[in-house]
Design a protein around this ligand. Structure first.
Ligand code: ZN
Ligand code: ZN
Length: 163
């Protein structure tokens, strides 16, 4: 099951749309999608100098149900990075995506890509060198828009060996 966990204010309409798309794309591997009640913004993870939330800190606060995907409207950073679109526990259970930097007319498709990417990490996939594969690492919106929302054949074959 994928548990969509809104953190702070997130458009319910967007979450419903995302849940339907993830259901269509990936529920054969993960099971269906459930939208959870929103969590309050975790201010203990906020860095006032940076005006960003620490994604690693938030991940640790989320209940580790397989697979929990946090969606947040605030900007995220991780140690050593100016910002991150999201973060996930590799082969773990939790992931988070921020919509803060995905905004624009392509917000929804970007959110689908980054959500699928982080779920891919939870399923054990590493970054992929294929720029069109959803598992390729994106450091800019240009790269997000360049890749597709699909796993390449190599990544797909790794997914299929999971129990
Ligand atoms: Zn990644
Ligand atoms: Zn790939």
């Amino acid at each position: 099951m994928i548990y969509l966990q809104p953190i702070g204010l997130v458009s319910h309409e967007l979450l419903v749309k995302l849940s339907k798309e993830l259901e269509r794309k990936i529920s054969k591997i993960t099971g269906g999608v459930t939208i959870l009640e929103p969590l309050d913004l975790p201010w203990q993870c906020y860095n006032p100098q940076r005006r960003q939330f620490n994604s690693t800190c938030i991940l640790k606060l989320m209940e580790p149900r397989w697979i929990t995907l946090g969606i947040i409207s605030e900007d995220l950073y991780a140690d050593g990075m100016n910002f991150v679109f999201g973060e996930a526990e590799l082969y773990g259970s939790r992931a988070i995506v921020s919509i803060y930097r995905l905004k624009g007319p392509r917000l929804f498709e970007r959110l689908v890509k980054e959500s699928t990417h982080e779920i891919g990490h939870v399923l054990g996939l590493m970054h992929c060198k294929n720029r069109y594969c959803v598992m390729s690492f994106s450091n800019s919106l240009y790269e997000v828009d360049l890749k597709t929302s699909e796993f390449c054949e190599t990544c797909k074959s790794k997914l299929s060996i999971r129990p």
